[in-house]
Design a protein around this ligand. Sequence first.
Ligand code: F6R
Length: 609
Amino acid sequence: MCGIVGYVGDKKATPILLNALEKLEYRGYDSAGIALVSENSIAIHKTRGRIADLRCIIERDLVDDCTVGIGHTRWATHGEPSDVNSHPHLSKSGRVAVVHNGIIENYIELKHHLESRGHSFSTETDSEVVSELIDYFYNGDPVSAVREAETMLKGSYALGIIFADFPEQLIALRKDSPLIIGVGNGENFIASDIPAILKHTRNVFRLGERELVVLTAKRVNVFNTYGERIEHQITHIDWDAAAAEKGGYAHFMIKEIMEQPDAVAKTVAPRIDECGNIELGFKNITDDDLRSINSIKITACGSAYHVGVVAKYFLKNMLGISVEAELASEFRYCDPIVDDKTLVIVISQSGETLDTLYALREAKNKGGRVVSVVNVVASAIANESEEVLYTWAGPEISVATTKAYSTQLVLVELLGIYMAKLRGSISSEKVCELVGSLQRIPSNIALELRDVQSIQYIASLYFNCQDVFFLGRNIDYALSLEASLKLKEISYIHSEAYAAGELKHGTISLIEEGTVVIALCTYRPLLEKMISNIKEVKARGAKVIALVNADDDQTQNVADHIIRIPACSEIEASSLAIVPLQLLAYYIASLRGCDIDKPRNLAKSVTVE
Ligand code: F6R
């Protein structure tokens, strides 16, 4: 969590840092600050609150021409959000200022060590030990002080560091937390993510694990852990800068929901050739390897895990082998059964989620064949996987994922169809039919997005409710996990996803007059059973909103409201069912006046455990 930025150049650093921090607010937003260096002194401006609060403070107090600085937007882990706990942290001597993203696991031990040597601390954070530790080792050589301090750090870190004695340079390094370097013309940048600096440069590279970079206005020198200079290939970012802006929408979330037809098309279309064959472009995992796979494990967190649960049903049907989906935070510690015949599919939008990264490493250590499904190019998970399938969804800014989820799902399905064809577990006619279905998903999502009024109407009836239960069977149950998460995370309404058949084993006691139940009824083989479940909750006073197939003429007789998905095949339904429920969550949260793109306590990229 947290976003860090840094600037060194010939322009005023303050507006550049503030603007960059605004672009990183999705990573954390409980406090923010900047540090500026000039004429051998460092000035710190920081506050609890958002970047807008920091802007007010700076505009009130500051007149400066500094051209070098670092900035931070925080998602608190150690110590409450407060002015004093905000970053940057300035060492007591005033010589070193640091911004940190990650967690220093041994900070208590380091604090004691430094206290016994006369250093003192004013915050409850783990990060303050970094500035004091670097200061402790500093004797005129910034790089060796940083490297010496680093040998004592345990945990994850992306660090931006300035020294009062070196007002024209900025140092950064990283381990297990993301950091990109932006290379400009007479100016250079560091940032946790690309949108922060897109306004200034499109030439970027990602700093490797434990690499250290020294930036001045004209130079970018990267060193490995042996102190050797290394070169990085620069990637030119060709996104439209507007893709990282709201483009006229009230929130990034609704913009990203609306972008789904395009995002899914960009993910699927380039992987299907003119004869309808799937091309995944694997280089390390061969077709023979895929033929010899005898089980699949999918691991991820949050919504990406939900993609795994939906995909599990599909892959099992396609391949007839064991497929399991496991939360990465559990997988990494559960001694999973993985060998060289296990395909491990790791799913992550950011490519930086720490639990997912460690689950990937666990899978690799056990000899598993690892394919990751990732949105952010060259992120840690992408870099460490044997094969990576990029979702090409474009930047996703809203904390609650929508377009990344949809693109992840079609990509895992594409992999499943590819494997099923190789292994002969489905006919070539079935392959054509499934590929055709995936190609139709974008236009069908576009159809759904044309009619938001009916969803807005349902939102207006129920936005004040206290509890919502999502029910489904089979793949509809898997989908209800994501639908429920979408609603609760942005609207703060309590909601639960329940396998409909499990209802009478406890949950039905919570259904009373007016309780809202959203019944997902797109899985045709179990529709009758879902209708019985709807009747059970209706008999206890529930208000039922049913999500049904286009041709369903039964459910409307039992539910209070019907949402229809377009006419489609089963594989399409798994993509189409979530869209109206994303919209419903969005409009409910909007009517409740919630901070939709930045829900409380959450951050976009969870780079801590
Ligand atoms: C929910 C949401 C999160 C993420 C999860 C994993 O809307 O976005 O649950 O899905 O934190 O993040 P990534 O995909 O970046 O690994």
